[in-house]
Design a protein around this ligand. Structure first.
Ligand SMILES: [Zn+2]
Length: 118
């Protein structure tokens, strides 16, 4: 019975598409959680940095080199967050414009925001 076979195949194709979409959503949710973790870590560094500088200011021992390691950690967090964001765009099937960073459709040849070639 070809009709029922075709119907069966069509249903299994739909099931595959739904399953891929679910995996994509799970992946994007995981990556968004990581972005949120890194953002919290970075905010803790900002907080510690501010406290450190203020305490040194109060005790009259404020030196430039003292907060370099926290600044480096913040830069590292920013880098991680940007990497995670590009993984999110990849998981969503988006192209990121090299000129302006805008997320464009995977099939786009030019950036929808600035018109740069993708
Ligand atoms: Zn652009």
């Amino acid at each position: 019975m070809p009709f029922f076979e075709d119907l069966g195949n069509a249903i299994s194709d739909v099931a595959k598409t739904v399953s891929n979409k679910t995996n994509e959503v799970v992946e994007v949710t995981k990556l968004n959680n990581k972005v949120s973790d890194k953002t919290n870590e970075m905010n803790r560094c900002y907080h510690d940095l501010g406290k450190m500088i203020y305490n040194k200011y109060k005790s009259g021992t404020l030196f430039d080199g003292d907060y370099v390691s926290l600044c480096e950690k913040i830069t590292e967090c920013e880098k991680n967050i940007n990497e995670l964001k590009s993984q999110i765009n990849e998981a969503k099937g988006c192209k990121v414009c090299p000129a302006c960073g805008f997320s464009c459709d995977a099939s786009a040849k030019f950036c929808t925001k600035c018109g740069a070639s993708l």
